[in-house]
Design a protein around this ligand. Sequence first.
Ligand SMILES: [Zn+2]
Length: 452
Amino acid sequence: MLRLLDTATGETRPLEARESGEIGLYVCGPTVYGPPHIGHGRATLVYDILRRYLEWSGQVVRHVSNVTDIDDKIINVAVTEKRSWQDVAVGAEDTWWDAMDRMGVLRPHVVPHATEYIPEMVELVARLVEAEVAYETAEGVYLSVANVPGYGLLAHQSLDSLRAGARVEVNEDKRAPVDFALWKKAKPDEPSWPAPFGPGRPGWHTECVVMSLALLGDGFALHGGGEDLKFPHHENERAQAVALGQPFARHWIHHGMILLGQEKMSKSLGNIVDLRRMLEVHDPRAYRLVVLQGHYREQMKVDETRIADASRTLSGLDALGRRLEEAARDGGSAPPSPDVLDGFKEQMDADLGTPRAVATLFDAVRRANIALDRRETEVGVSLARGAMVGFDVLGLAPVGSAEVSDSALELARRRDAARASGDYAAADGLRDELVALGYRVEDTPSGTRVLR
Ligand SMILES: [Zn+2]
């Protein structure tokens, strides 16, 4: 069973499913005003991998991830580009899903948009005002965090130390610097929705608490997001539920950031910061592998070399996929190696230990190739199948083999044999035949790779 570090309490423990057995997972999604970068890519991959693993382990997951489709940033882009804010939001969201689909990210079961839940948000703010934990000013409605028991749980700081570090924005008229906006009253020409406390729009922290509770119910299992959202965003989501006496997320997970911004770093990053461009240049699975090779809680450095290395590693996996197909055709029928699967599960169950889990699988790939080289077919097939099950769970199934005809595989096999015996002229001739058939031919450490 998967045990995850709960960033609220610091304990590593299993997720608590509801009586129905369902695990409600809420992940803070994008504010849609521009193209996604590799940090967004990592975020969606981490929760995609978590969800795939939970589902494979037999859990029922309800994955909800929101889209913030009204925000200052969206309004600013709309003003600058002389477009409507709706047009900016819809366009940026299309770009977002296009990139995520290319990475093979499973779409969340529900994708609520902030603008679809405004009446519910107004109602929540009204309840907080009625409970006298929120107050209205000329600018908006604010939550008085001094009235919330346990404020600072996620920040791991006391209210006093948070107070000492808080800054007041110039145009805010709140009573205490740590208080935060639940409702922002509209300025001239800004989009707004009606509310008893004056037309305006919800604060970001109010959006997520309303949508998570509306779709997953009180006391849902797991809330996730980036390390940068722990405070104030998640603290403030939680504060609103606590102030109303509603149980909120029972477990919190936060993933680490991508290291960017240093000059040297950004230079070596070249064109991969923009997720779409990276996916054009590299195998879309390569970035998933890079993400898996780091632990989700750690900061991660990304550069072209790491992504190119991952692409090469995947070629080796694809080559094994083809060898497995051939071996299966030759009668190899052994089931997936239980040892490989047990090792994989053990690593994954330990706070989603993907770096070691992936290493376990690649070790099985290496041993499978050795066994197949020695014509120990059943051993090789069993190891290869074990590895493939694990990779499939992680969203890294081998590609290329299904579209490659048997005769092409035979040519590739003969080419490998020719190269192994030093007959390079024959090997070149076989490569030309494959190219003439419309295939792309690559050399990998484990043999010829044929692609359509
Ligand atoms: Zn959120």
